[in-house]
Design a protein around this ligand. Sequence first.
Ligand code: EPZ
Length: 426
Amino acid sequence: MDKFLITGGRPLHGRVVISGAKNAALPALAASLLTDQRVILHNVPRVRDLSTMRSLLEDLGVDSSVTHEPRGNRVEIEARQLLNPVAPYELVKQMRASVLVLGPLVARFGQAKVSLPGGCAIGVRPINLHIKGLEKLGATINFDHGYADVRANGLKGTEYYFDTITVTGTENLMMAATLATGVTVLQNAAREPEVQDLADLLNKMGADIEGAGTPNIRVRGTGKLHGAEHSIIADRIEAGTFLAAGAITGGELTVSQCDPEHLASVLADLEMAGVKVVRGVDDPQTLTVMAGAKLRALDVTTQEYPGFPTDMQAQFMTLMTQAEGSSVITETIFENRFMHALELARMGADITVNGRRAVVRGKTPLSGANIQASDLRASASLVLAGLVAEGETVIDRVYHIDRGYERIEEKLTQVGASIARISESD
Ligand code: EPZ
């Protein structure tokens, strides 16, 4: 397994280009199952989860091809036929987002057999709300040996209220509803930009969706979708992660080709924590974190979009270890998303975790150590810690970070970080 070797203490300076959003590209690839015509996607990030999703589509019998473009990958998919409506345990266990093929398969082919995701590092991750919604649309579900076997003889529009706001649940049901007869209204839907980007793609494919980005999404079934071409939005979490990297190292760092309006809550909290971020005047798709931030402690609570994103919680915790004062970080989305706190404590951070609440007492100097990544965003928070720690940090199991960050060590090196990938074979 690859490791990262980081030598801390170097302020970052320069410009980083933000890649396409992993969490927009994954549902976009799944959406291609809804038509027998070619779907062409641009700005698809070169990260492991997208390779996993392509493998899953190929297992289903769907052709896809990838070509390098200046901005990310161009992925072409043509789901002319379905050989095998099964999303196997081995793939779903690797990547919970595999569940996103469920809605499209049931809507277009009338059947899907998807392994229940089981747990992952950050929580139980059930899909009961996806299943309940498909039942409301007229599907029948059998649970069999850890799989959800979903059948439908055509789906029928309905009204469905999400008991809990779920991003992929909203995406699954929005995709399924595009081929249902009649109108479906999804209430208490997720409002994430990635949900909106998926709706944009589906409408380009001939769907009739209104209200994506609001809590109420209305989908009028159009019976059939056609091919389309679409460019994936920028990754707001990657952008937020690099802004935090600039802030924690005290450098001046610009992130480009990002969508600042998707980062409003993160920018507001960074500002309150003493970080000055300026939006580009001549290029509104850039954000620059100014040097010399004097970090102040700030309480943060994660919330569904447009609130402070859970996917930025770990990165923000690392930042708060360098702020004067105590910060209370409350994680409301997942039940076990503080594993990075234990590794940060080994580097000298003073963090007390109590259930969904963590108290960070700063400012504490961090010293380099051998640490271990546990999940995608926790890995990013450990990289940030290594960048500011005194001495060398070795982060193990960086395959976690490769799932969602494109060549992070190359992008960091370009702006002055001392970070190298050590492959096991080295
Ligand atoms: C999406 O996961 C993202 N993944 C996650 O990003 C992100 O952390 C999460 O949304 C929250 O923003 C993708 O988009 C591929 P949820 P998702 O369903 O959809 C509960 C990353 O780092 N719930 O919104 O799986 C669930 O347990 C990843 O890129 C149910 O109870 O998350 C959780 O507590 C990590 N029943 C809450 O809802 C269900 O049927 C929100 O989960 C579904 C969810």
